[in-house]
Ligand binder design. Structure first.
Ligand SMILES: Cc1cc2nc3c(=O)[nH]c(=O)nc-3n(C[C@H](O)[C@H](O)[C@H](O)COP(=O)(O)OP(=O)(O)OC[C@H]3O[C@@H](n4cnc5c(N)ncnc54)[C@H](O)[C@@H]3O)c2cc1C
Length: 351
């Protein structure tokens, strides 16, 4: 049985770990031999020190024991466990990355990795041809976000830098956006002694996780899966409201503005990523060639993140990461990646 993962980020690593745990060998086709490379670069750019996710936000197969247990054992301090029980524990980026390296070693990532950008996936009897690299019965697509988003009206502004690109801070900094990356940049620019102007179109919500907690639970997810297409689209759209956690450490003095002041020396776009699978060449070609169902820019998937038109008893095409939001609204989190990974591994093991 041949299994392939296309993409080489955290979603791919999480899937590879779940497959290894189920004794299923999978080849990984990707751009980068280091599955944490893309994430690390972005987290470093915004100088992130702690994860937004909690103890279970890691690439391993089982939610428990999570990073809080590892942290507590290392420090010989139960505080991390108490914080975890009360949903106040957020691992350091360092601990998260150290664990990701360990998962990488244990699941045989390096031995299965093929450095290659996949251009085409062609369905054939009982599987999929991945470029000219062979036919695979089960394929997981985990290509990540299709590039950074900079508002088009700012594309030629020499003051602009994207938050996820390396940068220093000027004296008067306008931060566009009002989500977690923006909040982190308010803190950074403020700590660097700059004046901070928060340019926002919408008022952000204050919540610990990037989506409401019930959408990470079995029951919340079951309710979501019962929604019809229109209601799902409405819910997914409503979830794009920017948010950052509550707590005094995030209450930075910022001047709020609706537009970028001319006097700003630097404009940091904390505007996230380009949205929609159409921006990903592999997914958009697949959707076009096979007339895959879509709804308002989302790929319509089954609840286990498989592509219904290209999945049957003999073969599987599934999607992980942000493009799997139809199946799991928080698909672009480690919890979402694990949700997809387990379901994909189960199909590979049993079919
Ligand atoms: C700064 C930051 C902080 C975050 N913090 C948290 C957090 O605390 N908790 C949490 O749960 N989530 C967090 N997230 C969200 C989430 O974990 C990341 O977005 C995650 O990196 C997405 O992983 P991915 O594998 O889907 O995509 P990526 O990391 O983008 O990896 C995709 C990889 O696949 C490669 N690829 C793409 N197309 C092809 C192709 N056709 N052929 C071969 N290779 C291809 C790409 O080059 C890339 O290397 C954070 C995100 C960011 C940016």
């Amino acid at each position: 049985m041949a299994v392939a993962i296309v993409g080489s980020g955290l979603a791919a690593l999480t899937a590879k770990a779940a497959l290894a745990d189920a004794d299923v060998h999978a080849v990984v086709f990707g751009d980068s031999p280091d599955p944490a490379a893309t994430w690390r670069r972005r987290a470093q750019a915004i100088r992130q020190t702690h994860m937004r996710s909690e103890s279970d936000g890691h690439c391993g197969t089982r939610t428990f024991p999570g990073l809080a247990v590892r942290d507590a054992m290392r420090r010989r301090d139960l505080r991390q466990l108490v914080e975890s029980v009360t949903d106040r524990y957020h691992p350091t980026v360092e601990l998260f990355l150290e664990h990701a390296d360990e998962v990488r070693r244990e699941c045989g990532w390096d031995e299965s990795f093929v450095q290659a950008r996949v251009r085409r996936l062609h369905p054939v009897e009982g599987g999929f041809e991945v470029d000219e690299r062979g036919t695979f019965r089960h394929v997981l697509l985990a290509p990540g976000h299709p590039g950074l988003h900079v508002p088009p009206e700012l594309a030629d502004d020499a003051r602009v830098v994207h938050a996820y690109e390396p940068h220093a801070y000027a004296d008067r900094v306008a931060v566009v956006g009002a989500g977690m990356a923006a909040a982190t940049e308010w803190r950074n620019a403020n700590a660097a002694g700059g004046e901070v102007i928060s340019v926002r179109r919408r008022e952000p919500l204050r919540r610990p996780l990037n989506l409401p907690r019930h959408l990470f639970t079995k029951r919340g997810l079951a309710t979501y899966h019962r929604l019809d297409v229109e209601s799902r689209v409405a819910l997914l759209r409503s979830l794009s409201t920017p948010s950052y956690p509550p707590g005094p450490q995030w209450d930075i003095p910022v001047r709020i503005a609706a537009a970028i002041p001319d006097a700003a020396d630097q404009v940091i776009c904390a505007t996230g990523f380009r949205r929609g699978f159409e921006h990903d060449p592999l997914l958009s070609a697949l959707a076009r060639e096979h007339a895959l169902e879509r709804a308002n820019g989302w790929l319509v998937l089954d609840d286990d993140a498989t592509v219904p038109a290209l999945t049957d008893a003999a073969r599987t095409l599934a999607v992980s990461g942000v493009h799997a939001q139809w199946a799991f609204p928080a698909a672009d989190t480690l919890a979402g990646m694990r949700y997809v990974a387990h379901r994909f591994a189960r199909r590979c093991r049993t079919r």
